[in-house]
Design a protein around this ligand. Structure first.
Ligand code: ADP
Length: 366
């Protein structure tokens, strides 16, 4: 009987509960025992009541609940070999040999490293007398499956991460609210949105709300001309009778010299244009609330696929990341997706912005 553990790790996102629910129920449906690891990798490292066997009814109602009910954390100990050794011990103690991780690229990198190290971790546990050879015999191989939970939509190899569309919807709603008051007072608003180094939320929110201007890291602004261009566009829109000005700034926005473009910088330009300008930093409302239907669906389909992957993978297969490409749920080598994701950061660092855009889900912009 396969024993699968599921955890959420890194930054939370809407839809993580739906993913956990799907793994728990699909696992039980396929005759597996399913465990929830609480508090991300901390739960693996510290074990005990942070690893809990889940029953069908334990996840009842989870589809409609925000955040992640099994907790998430950033765990420094798991970055160290001794932390992962403790994790391996706790997994074997609970009889677990498969792990489904729902998190961002950091969490999935950690998961793949854990798998690569697994045989040597098991060996070390035997050497230290924690288990006998017979006891570890069924645990020679660790199966890892990745689900991407992130509001940023910053993972390559999938068109959409679990939570991105919910976050986008939240931003859309907030910008609509802001637009109403902006129009009343004929004001300008600089709206700062999350996304770390990825402009997907800012770009899509800007299009969905008809913003005047958008700043994202992948399309870095020309340091010499962006202020004039911004003024020109906003002035033109005003001349056409628009009573509000909305500029969306990704938190990681840059100019092409890789200097950050902050909301304050943008505000100063708009003030210079003579506009009564306010900054609204949306902050954590973007991660909050319940998942939109499409994220619940994505999380459910991917959670079911993750269990199927656990059941059909052989030790020779690379750890898969469950993604969605062109509306199909797909598996791809986790390492490749992580590597491609990292190459976006490298492209930005080396000022190859065209490449950065082409590697993102923002490649529909010219
Ligand atoms: P995200 O998964 O959202 O990208 P982080 O990068 O903070 O978030 O990663 C979440 C957790 O995953 C970290 O706190 C750490 O426990 C684990 N992790 C990340 N990178 C590694 C790594 N290279 N090796 C081992 N564990 C890692």
């Amino acid at each position: 009987k396969k024993k699968i553990a599921v955890m959420t790790s890194g930054g939370d996102s809407q839809g993580m509960n739906a993913a956990v629910r799907a793994v728990v129920r699909a696992g039980i449906f396929h005759g597996c025992d399913v465990f929830a690891v609480y508090e991300g990798y901390s739960g693996l490292v510290h074990g005990k009541d942070l690893i809990k066997k889940m029953e069908w009814e334990d996840v009842r109602g989870w589809l409609a609940l925000g955040g992640t009910l099994i907790g998430t954390a950033r765990c420094a100990e798991f970055r160290e070999r001794w932390g992962r050794l403790a994790g391996a011990k706790n997994m074997i103690t609970n009889g677990i040999d498969a792990l489904v991780v729902c998190g961002g690229d950091g969490s999935l990198t950690g998961a793949d490293l854990f798998r690569a190290e697994w045989p040597s971790l098991v060996e070390e546990l035997v050497r230290k007398g924690e288990f006998t050879e017979e006891e570890v015999a069924p645990y020679k191989h660790l199966t890892i499956v990745g689900l991407v939970g992130s509001i940023d939509n910053d993972m390559s190899g999938t068109d959409s991460t679990i939570g991105a569309n919910s976050s986008l919807e939240r931003i859309r709603e907030m910008v609509d609210y802001i637009d109403a008051t902006a129009t009343s007072h004929s004001r300008a608003f600089v709206v700062e949105v999350m996304g770390r180094h990825c402009g997907w939320l800012a770009l899509n929110a800007g299009i969905a709300t008809g913003a005047d201007y958008i700043f994202i890291p992948e399309r870095a602004a020309n340091p010499l001309t962006w202020k004039e261009e911004l003024k020109e566009v906003c002035r033109r829109h005003r001349e056409k009778g628009r009573r509000k000005t909305t500029v969306i700034v990704a938190e990681g926005a840059l100019d092409s010299d890789l200097r950050p473009i902050t909301s304050e910088d943008v505000k100063n330009v708009l003030v210079d244009l003579g506009l009564d300008t306010r900054i609204t930093t949306l902050g954590h409302v973007q991660r909050g609330g319940t998942a939109v239907a499409s994220d619940r669906l994505l999380a459910t389909l991917q959670g079911v696929e993750a269990v199927k992957a656990v059941l059909d993978l052989t030790p020779e297969d690379p750890s898969p990341l469950i993604g969605i490409l062109e509306n199909k749920i797909v598996r791809q080598p986790l390492v490749d997706a992580v590597k491609l994701t990292k190459s976006v950061a490298t492209a930005i660092e080396s000022k190859d912005f065209d490449k950065a855009i082409s590697l993102r889900n923002t490649d529909f912009i010219e």
